[in-house]
Write a protein of this length. Structure first.
Length: 128
């Protein structure tokens, strides 16, 4: 196994591909968003991985900007009835949030691994 740590670009690409952040070969997920306990290739324990709500928040913000901009452009230019908006934007909302969510979650996990992120710790600042 190669002991050199991956570069930032390699880590990001491994994350986008939903692969193990250490070896780049094993899969991270066992389900749609369910993480495996460990890498099937290199044995990396995935218990450290916690992306929290970050991926969902990023996708909501990005998708919101895309859908709102598109809806405003269509409304101003064509003024369609409301049912047309529902038919157009509901599938777009689902596509722009659910499709990239796995990759965004694994990207944040890979970056967390790359930067050796750990839970915050309180330090003792008592006067000496």
């Amino acid at each position: 196994m190669n002991d050199t740590p991956p570069t930032l670009t390699e880590s990001a690409l491994r994350g986008i591909a939903c692969k193990c952040p250490r070896c780049g070969k094993g899969r991270i997920y066992s389900g749609f968003l369910t993480l495996r306990p460990s890498c099937e290739t290199c044995g990396l324990d995935y218990s450290f991985m916690d992306s929290g709500d970050g991926p969902a928040i990023f996708m909501i913000m990005i998708a919101g900007a895309i859908v709102v901009a598109a809806a405003l452009i269509v409304e101003v230019k064509y003024q369609p009835p409301f049912w047309v908006h529902a038919v157009l934007w509901l599938p777009l909302i689902l596509a722009t949030t659910l499709l990239p969510l796995r990759s965004m979650k694994s990207l944040l996990i890979a970056l967390q691994y790359h930067h050796k992120a750990a839970p915050g710790q309180l330090i003792d600042r008592a006067p000496k």
